[in-house]
Design a protein around this ligand. Structure first.
Ligand SMILES: [Zn+2]
Length: 443
């Protein structure tokens, strides 16, 4: 089965921008790319009014949070978490399925083709939550890296979450290993890879962090956690462990090219260099960071130091949308505000964070660019609509005026969005189910 995608302008993600460029894929992988006369194919998608680019990559998310959007609209991270933990304690597989379908539909419709998800709430007695995430991705056609998250440090032991939402550590490790065995696919072009992801320094023990790292490395899977998101977290780590958050990661074996962190905001100069030297990744989540007033990630400094930097929408409870193009836009503006200089991050670099940068964080050298031998994951954005018509630099325009919807999206050589509509599920039905689920959870 071959698919040809042709566009007004093809951005390969390797520095080439080709007028009337095209990409030919066979069985999900790109076999030829070029411009001008195109080869024949079983299926042809021609979008002369679009810019086609590598599918966007979401490096940090909590999809279940689509069922709890709009809570604590003006709180800090810790205030927001304390209010939401008791609501999250009531989630089950049905809630997670409805929320994940909404999250994934929105991501696909905005041009995202590869997404991580960090799921760390497993209320006792509720089976099938992780499975619901994996099944939703299969149904909707999203390339997916579900992270088996965890919380084990409850309030009674000095942690932030109430005891009702934490799990036993042996059970966490056993279930994580079981999920790797069932769903992890290490082969090139994989549609599902499992990640090991204890939640944060204030919700898990040091023992669980160490053992999780050992488990992940035994199975050759990646590690992910929240790091240096707020100054409250920094104070917590200094008081409880006598360590800054990144120092704690170094103590626990949580550094290296198989680790990526969400946020990485409050890093000092030496830590920025150490993150880069370790080849660890940072998932920058500008909308969430601004919504929670968490701080401003040092994206330009991290890039200069050589760190891997991707973008994440974060959970929808702290960013009521999931649009990677909007995150590229926010990242561009925020980097310039931080530096008081427009040269801090240019538009193409911002889009690179949303594509190749995220793929680097997720350890996907087969995603994030449109080249022969890579996955056929492609997003096409209209540039003749009211929002973009006449913009001089079409590529910069996608970062300066982020599209809310893609015209065509291809994942693994399969068209999943066409004419701005999801082909794999009914968008209105997903929205109705999400509204009912959110209302039920609110009680
Ligand atoms: Zn997060």
């Amino acid at each position: 089965m071959t698919l040809l995608v042709r566009a007004g302008l093809l951005v390969t993600g390797t520095g080439q921008e080709l007028q009337r460029g095209w990409v030919l894929s066979r069985d999900g992988m790109i076999v030829e790319a070029g411009s001008g006369p195109a080869p024949k194919a079983d299926e042809v998608v021609d979008e002369p009014n679009c810019v086609a680019m590598p599918g966007l990559v979401n490096a940090h998310d909590h999809m279940y949070q689509w069922a709890t959007r709009g809570y604590v609209p003006d709180g800090t991270l810790f205030e927001w978490l304390r209010a939401l933990y008791p609501v999250w304690a009531r989630i089950d597989a049905d809630v997670v399925r409805a929320a994940a379908r909404a999250a994934m539909a929105r991501l696909l419709l905005s041009g995202c083709t590869l997404s991580a998800d960090h799921h760390y709430v497993f209320p006792s007695g509720q089976a099938g939550i992780f499975e619901a995430l994996v099944e939703a991705a299969r149904e909707l056609g999203l390339r997916f890296h579900p992270s088996r998250g965890s919380m084990s440090l409850g309030e009674s032991k000095g942690g932030l979450p109430p005891d009702s939402v934490v799990e036993d550590e042996d059970a966490i490790l056993a279930d994580t290993e079981a999920m790797i065995g069932r769903f992890h696919d290490s082969s090139p072009g994989a549609m599902c890879r499992v990640v090991v992801a204890p939640c944060s320094p204030f919700s898990v023990t040091r023992d669980l962090m160490r053992e999780s790292a050992e488990l992940a490395r035994r199975h050759g899977v990646r590690l992910h956690t929240h790091l240096a998101e707020t100054l409250d977290e920094e104070r917590f780590c200094l008081e409880r462990f006598g360590r800054r958050p990144y120092e704690l990661m170094e103590d626990l074996g949580w550094t290296g090219d198989d680790v990526w962190y969400a946020h990485g905001i409050h890093l000092n100069d030496a830590e920025v260099d150490r993150v880069a030297k370790a080849k660890a990744g940072i998932a920058h989540c500008p909308s969430s960071n601004m919504r929670l007033g968490a701080g401003v990630c040092r994206v330009a400094d991290l890039l200069r130091a050589g760190a891997r930097v991707g973008l994440g929408v974060d959970g929808a409870a702290s960013n009521e949308d999931a649009n990677l193009a909007m995150e590229a836009h926010q990242a561009l503006l925020l980097a310039r505000v931080r530096a008081t200089s427009p040269s801090a991050l240019d538009a193409r670099s911002a889009l690179r964070l949303a594509t190749r940068g995220g793929a680097d964080c997720l350890g996907r050298d087969d995603c994030g660019s449109l080249e022969v031998g890579k996955c056929a994951d492609i997003a096409c954005f209209r540039v003749d609509d009211l929002a973009h018509a006449g913009i001089q630099d079409l590529v910069a325009g996608l970062a300066l005026a982020p599209p809310s919807r893609a015209q065509t999206v291809v994942v693994n050589g399969r068209v999943v969005v066409r004419d701005g509509r999801l082909l794999t599920a009914d968008e209105d039905n997903i929205a109705r189910e999400l509204a009912a689920t959110s209302a039920r959870l609110a009680g």
